[in-house]
Design a protein around this ligand. Sequence first.
Ligand code: ACO
Length: 427
Amino acid sequence: MQSDTLKVIDERTGHEYSLPIVDGTIRATDLRQISAADGDGGLMSYDPAYLNTSSCRSSITYIDGDAGILRYRGYPIEQVAEQASFLETAYLLLEGELPTASQLARWEDDIRTHTYVHTNFTKFLDGFRYDAHPMGVLLGAIGALSTFYPDAKEIGDPESRYLQRVRLLAKMPTIAAFVFRHSRGLPYVYPRNDLDYIGNYVNMTFEIGGRHEPNPVLQRALEILLILHADHEQNCSTSAVRSVGSSQVDPFSAVSAGIAALYGPLHGGANEAVLRMLDEVGDVKNVPAFIESVKAGHGRLMGFGHRVYKSYDPRAKLIKSVADQVFGETGLNPKLEIALELERIALEDDYFISRKLYPNVDFYSGLIYQAMGYPTDYFTVLFALGRLPGWIAQWEEMLNDSEQKISRPRQTYVGHDERDFEPMAER
Ligand code: ACO
């Protein structure tokens, strides 16, 4: 009969142990009993970068990286992206179920009534230089929100948590739009209650002289992109939010840690890096030489590869079709040709095939954002806008999980043994 245990023989001692297997995992703390000598603290698992460690039990997002499957609360990403609005998706991630019509109306209404930021907030933004990187500004700005809402520290109170959820989702588009305006030296445009979530954000970003002609195709395309980014289980930024949040800090501070993690070029910053790479390649005729230089170890093919997906990222597939709709409105982005050629050559090249490197969500998103009128260094702000519901949902799941404690990995110490301090004169 099959037993749900792992039998381990420690050949140092000859002792045998039986470790329970639950949901395809053993508990790392069960290894502690495996000890070779008194006081050695027992066995630990060593897993730099968490390549094979499950840090939580989660029911929010499911990914099968080999099959290219992504589901939010069980719903295939393709169906969510096609049929849901962004706020409906946020509700699904946060509450676990799709909202009814009245639940959605209340949710949208709650968010609509919290879109304004304190006027002091604009003074804070004004302190940044005109050329400050938008992600640096965003992470400082969201962290600063915690000082405006000291009640956000009440993380054990579900009502307070709901209010912070609403504040974060309502104010992030306003702040993101203000960050955009600040970088261009344009006056801030305030939220409008007659517009929906996406329409309001786009209006605050692009309105000039009281005017902005909304383009429904571009707005829906932006909404789909945000939905595709809304959660992605235990990625670098979400792990940062969970880890920082595990100290029981307020959610604004925890989310600003997520924004910091997202800023990096190996994570959300990749969409910006892709555009810079396409600029560097410059022309389709340079693609083969560029691919060769990547294979020779001179940099990476940005927007390719993923820790979890070992086949085509399902989000990248959906983004390609969004790109067609957007370019139908805006005209073709000339860099698309270079991107398509990079993809074509890479997908036929043994270096990429053997390492299972496929386009990820960031490969085409930057081209779309550029066509929509966003500057390159702003792309990751859009990623942050999209990822926000996932960060909050994962933060709350962590708080409600009785098995979670303050996040605190162990280490394997490989430094000096004890030695005497050397006075300055003897060094
Ligand atoms: N271009 C060229 N080679 C690559 C790339 C790439 N984009 N990605 C991985 N490789 C190679 C590595 O050099 C390594 O080769 P080796 O075995 O010969 O040493 C092998 O593939 C495995 O790569 P790792 O770095 O070990 O894979 P890891 O899972 O740690 O990294 C990551 C995943 C960070 C996404 C990586 O693929 C990468 O740097 N991609 C480019 C940046 C990017 O697009 N990031 C966005 C990710 S999606 C997101 O965050 C939304």
